[in-house]
Design a protein around this ligand. Structure first.
Ligand SMILES: C[S@@+](CC[C@H](N)C(=O)[O-])C[C@H]1O[C@@H](n2cnc3c(N)ncnc32)[C@H](O)[C@@H]1O
Length: 444
């Protein structure tokens, strides 16, 4: 099987089975002995198609006599794969992109070969005539097609951000995130980890503010990283690492992480506690709790106890027991579009209203577990203020025993932007995922 066929299978799972792109892709890459070159190309094809889907479908609509919705999934994906290569990958000769899709159609959707060939050849002849909405006459339509985000999402963004910022944000959402890893200082020092990675041929840069955070440079295959298998490093975005830092757990603290799977922040906190103390790591899904246990085991962490527990329910046995509580709430995920581009097409405007009441409920319950003098951190991976500052404002209205810490001031050297009490990271400014963080102290 070659890279294009692998990409076809992954994109089919995303399109038809609603799979997450990263999970479907990792599964395909793990299962089969693809060459390093094919792995890279397949990843590029999967993300490239999903990132540019509205633009690509706009092209198909212009050249197809059949409505997009009526085209069967394999045919549609083969068209998308070829058009992505033709429009975005200079290194691929257009004829190769067309031929490969037509050849694959003979296996996956035999009756469509002529249809695919016709559309692609026609498009190649008229590439210069592809129409996109006029930026001046239809700004939202223009952004929607150019940066492949649904119109409703852009309209929402334009309520919160100015047009220049919005454009930069949409552009950044289609860019590949850098590869950040956290050194597991329970097993190896940062200096030793850097040396070990260098010796294996990886160039790394240490983060200026998070000493255990490294960026791995270049297009390297993750699966080659021995350090990853041995639990010496853990893949984690710097924005996510910042949350563990802001919780700031100490040795022998009792910490509760109410929405913890797959455990990125839980395991970081255990590391910051030097593997001493207690962490209860909760989530509503059993299979996700298993991921935390697997990660903790690989990292040599012993202080995490996983529990299946719904954050909407108040656990009376934990009232005022914890030194620190983290609510890394379920959210719309609008800050991690770079990692899961399908989020753009799956979310609906009403999802956001629905999720804010869940966030507030989980936060209110979690706030009960904090000891007087203890702290509560609320974070999300979204840039939508309704899920962030508005949830905190509402919480503070109802919870006078809490006071917000001005973390924007504490981290102002590290995080450019106009932060007040809270921190909002943006992919277009901070080159991290779009995390929101608020820290609250319970009065004594
Ligand atoms: C943003 S993710 C957490 C990421 C995690 N903190 C990390 O750093 O790896 C949110 C988690 O909340 C969980 N979740 C969703 N609804 C929940 C609920 N009602 N109670 C507890 N957890 C919930 C989801 O399963 C998901 O794993």
């Amino acid at each position: 099987m070659n890279a294009r066929e692998g990409a076809l299978k992954v994109l089919y799972e995303v399109e038809v089975d609603n799979a997450y792109s990263n999970i479907a892709l990792n599964k395909e890459l793990k299962d089969k002995p693809y060459s390093a070159k094919d792995r890279g190309f397949m990843t590029e094809l999967v993300y490239g198609v999903l990132e540019n889907l509205i633009m690509i479908d706009n092209v198909i609509e212009q050249f197809s006599s059949i409505k997009l919705k009526k085209i069967n999934a394999y045919t549609l994906i083969l068209l998308r794969l070829a058009i992505y290569q033709i429009l975005y990958l200079d290194k691929i000769p257009p004829s190769a992109a067309v031929n490969e899709s037509v050849n694959l159609s003979k296996i996956y959707c035999k009756r469509s070969s002529g249809f695919i060939n016709g559309i692609l050849r026609n498009m190649l002849r008229q590439k210069e005539n592809i129409k996109i909405p006029d930026e001046k006459k239809d700004f939202v339509g223009y952004l929607s097609v150019t940066y492949s985000h649904p119109k409703w999402m852009i309209e929402e963004f334009l309520k919160f951000f100015d047009p220049v910022f919005t454009k930069e944000l949409l552009k950044a959402n289609n860019q590949k995130p850098e590869l950040n890893v956290r050194v597991n200082t329970l097993k190896i020092s940062v200096e030793e980890a850097i040396k070990a990675l260098n010796n294996s041929g990886f160039d790394v840069v240490q983060n200026a503010f998070i000493s255990e955070g490294l960026t791995i440079k270049g297009d390297k295959n993750l699966f080659e990283l021995e350090a990853l298998k041995e639990g010496l490093i853990y893949i984690q975005d710097f924005g996510s690492m910042l949350i563990g830092k802001i919780v700031d757990p100490k040795e022998n603290d009792f910490v509760i992480d109410v929405c913890s799977a797959p455990g990125g922040k839980t395991t970081h906190m255990a590391q910051l506690m030097n593997n001493k103390g207690n962490i209860i790591a909760r989530d509503v899904y059993d299979h996700k709790l298993k991921l935390i246990e697997k990660n903790a085991k690989a990292l040599g962490i012993k202080i995490i106890k996983t529990e299946k527990f719904d954050g909407k329910v108040l656990d009376k046995s934990l009232i005022e027991k914890a030194d620190k509580v983290l609510v890394d709430a379920p959210c719309s995920g609008l800050g991690i579009i770079r990692r899961k581009p399908e989020i753009k097409y799956r979310k609906r405007p009403d999802d956001i209203k629905e999720i804010t009441s869940l966030q507030l409920k989980i936060l209110k319950n979690a706030s009960m577990y904090v000891k007087p003098g203890g702290s509560l951190v609320y974070s999300t991976c979204t840039i939508d203020p309704r899920e962030n500052a508005e949830v905190i404002d509402q919480f503070l209205k109802d919870s006078s025993e809490y006071q917000q810490v001005n973390i924007g001031e504490v981290y102002k050297n590290m995080i450019p932007g106009n932060h007040k009490d809270t921190i909002q990271l943006y992919p277009n400014i901070h080159h991290t995922d779009g995390f929101f963080i608020s820290k609250l102290i319970k009065r004594v």
